[in-house]
Design a protein around this ligand. Structure first.
Ligand code: 5AD
Ligand code: SF4
Length: 515
């Protein structure tokens, strides 16, 4: 039987990218094939994101296009996966009858069965085509964690060096699922559910098996990775093996880890020591509270752990931080950053900021600008507040900052961040840094930077194209350099090379490979 061609498109975050990779591996093993264009597919899958309305609108327009194909008589099976499926639930089927399969992010292990049922029969019942966590309560989430079928999705990963393709040298490994934080603007605790921690043995084993296929960089994923904590010796195991666990209350992080607990610091240390073939171990996202000195000490003492922190501040105004339920003040965030640089002077810091949160005044916004000016952020992802159905903020706080003002603040903050990025990058000029080469590209000569403004070449005066390499430092700074003469650019991809940094801009470092 010829393989059924599938088109899978991913929206949103790294967690979704990893989910898509695992879904892909699962379906490949079952004999499906993958195509690059939806027109060529018999099964179209959208792995969706609900964090902002913009991502949802994009997915809805894609869902609409598939609807048109179906209305024109094409036989296509449409599956909506991920957070939108979970958030919209059966409403999605009512409003978009062209959707055949719905699968929430916590149920992806069941996707093959859903697709199978929907393909076999047009009369497959809703129960056979829909898998959602629904309104599972915290208590049942504990039970569910133990029987956690989703763990089988992570465990089923295909450790096939060829399947990983281009990105063979880098991989992502999940350490926690879900989130217990309930920031008032955020939909994640509702769509991905309560925080569940994977057993450390599963994580270390996954890292080892990835390393065996040639992976040299692993990024550990979780919504708040530093909340990782696994209590050993619990009665709840599956088939004699340790099972995923629901995270403890937040107060657990105020005391040092008790014996029999694998803390985040201990997990990092274990992966570092037990899988030395991983030359770069990084993690996202860190929560800027409960980030103990134990983690910073492990980062300082383990040379293969990257000194890079993505720790979103979200705002520089205490009033906004309180309304967002972030659980820290600006001064506490600043103290956290000071502690990071005290332990790791060459660390790099990145984050996320939301502008235009309800009630944000000019003064609140100025406090955020000041934070971005004063702390050494390599970059910040800046988002305009987007009210999300089901969150506390949409119910309690009117979305009263006009879109025009949000846009203006977004642009102002981008300009401020750009100057901060320039400063952070400039401090690296003259140093030699290890660069993991990720890409070989044909490019024009580097743009010149004058007075903080990047000058681009007019096509007519463009200098001759030349071949360049692009990669990243352990601190996630992008470095571009020429291909050394007499060598093939492609041969460098996936290798770590030393580079002498010669110039810097807001976006990247320009260097020369030093032998
Ligand atoms: N509106 C705008 N940005 C949001 N984020 C999360 N929820 C929202 C929202 N409702 C941003 C936060 C978070 C990042 C992943 O997305 O900055 O850190
Ligand atoms: Fe959302 Fe806050 Fe959890 Fe991050 S920490 S996923 S912003 S609720």
């Amino acid at each position: 039987m010829p393989a059924v061609p599938v088109y899978l498109e991913t929206f949103g975050c790294q967690m979704n990218e990893l989910d898509s990779e695992l879904v892909r591996g699962q379906l490949l093993r079952l004999g499906y094939s993958f195509v690059d264009r939806p027109e060529e597919a018999q099964v179209v899958l959208f792995n969706t994101c609900s964090v902002r309305e913009h991502a949802e609108s994009k997915a809805y327009s894609r869902i609409g296009l598939v609807g048109k194909r179906k209305a024109a008589g094409e036989q296509v099976l449409l599956g909506v996966l991920g957070c939108m499926a979970e958030r919209d639930g059966l409403d999605m089927l009512r409003r978009h009858p062209q959707v055949d399969v719905l699968c929430g992010p916590g149920e992806l292990d069941r996707l093959p069965a859903l697709l199978d049922a929907a393909r076999r029969s047009e009369t497959a019942t809703q129960a056979e085509r829909v898998a959602l966590a629904g309104n599972r309560t915290r208590r049942t989430a504990t039970l569910h964690a133990v029987q956690d079928d989703l763990e089988t999705l992570d465990l089923s990963r295909a450790f096939d060096p060829d399947a990983a393709g281009r990105a063979r040298h880098s991989a992502q490994v999940r350490i926690t699922r879900g989130c217990n934080k309930f920031c008032t603007y955020c939909v994640v605790p509702y769509t991905r559910g309560a925080e569940v921690h994977r057993p450390p043995d599963h994580i270390v084993d996954e890292c080892r098996r990835l390393a065996d296929t040639g992976v040299i960089e692993v990024t550990l994923l979780g919504q708040t990775v530093n909340h990782y904590r696994y209590q050993h010796g619990m009665a709840l195991t599956v088939g004699g093996r340790e099972a995923p666990q629901v995270g403890p209350g937040l107060s657990a992080f105020r005391q040092p880890a008790a014996p029999g607990v694998t803390s985040f610091a201990r997990l990092l240390q274990r992966i570092h020591d037990e899988v030395p073939a991983i030359q770069r171990l990084r993690f996202v996202t860190s929560y800027p509270r409960d980030f103990g000195p134990d983690v910073l000490k492990v980062m300082r003492d383990c040379p293969r752990i990257c000194r890079y922190l993505h720790a979103p501040a979200q705002s520089g105004s205490d009033r906004m931080l309180t309304l967002m339920n972030r659980g820290y003040t600006r001064a506490e965030y600043e103290a956290f950053v000071a502690q990071v640089f005290e332990h790791l002077p060459d660390a790099t810091l990145a984050g996320d900021i939301i502008v235009g949160f309800p009630g944000e005044t000019d003064q609140d916004f100025e406090a955020t600008c000041d934070l971005v000016r004063s702390l050494p952020f390599k970059n910040n992802f800046i988002f305009k507040y987007s009210p999300r159905p089901g969150t506390v903020a949409i119910d309690r706080f009117p979305d009263d900052v006009p879109d025009e003002v949000k846009r203006l603040r977004n642009n102002q903050l981008l300009a401020i961040q750009s100057r901060t990025s320039e400063r952070v990058h400039a401090a690296w000029v003259g140093r030699t840094v290890p660069v993991l080469i990720e890409e070989h590209l044909e490019t024009a000569a580097p743009t010149t930077v004058r007075g903080g403004v990047e000058l681009r070449w007019e096509p007519s005066t463009m200098p001759p194209r030349r071949r360049a390499l692009r990669g990243r430092t352990p601190g996630d700074l992008i470095v571009a350099m020429d291909v050394p003469s007499g060598t093939e650019g492609g041969d460098w991809v996936g290798r770590i090379v030393p580079a002498q940094v010669e110039t810097a801009s807001a976006l990247l470092l320009q260097g020369r490979m030093s032998h």
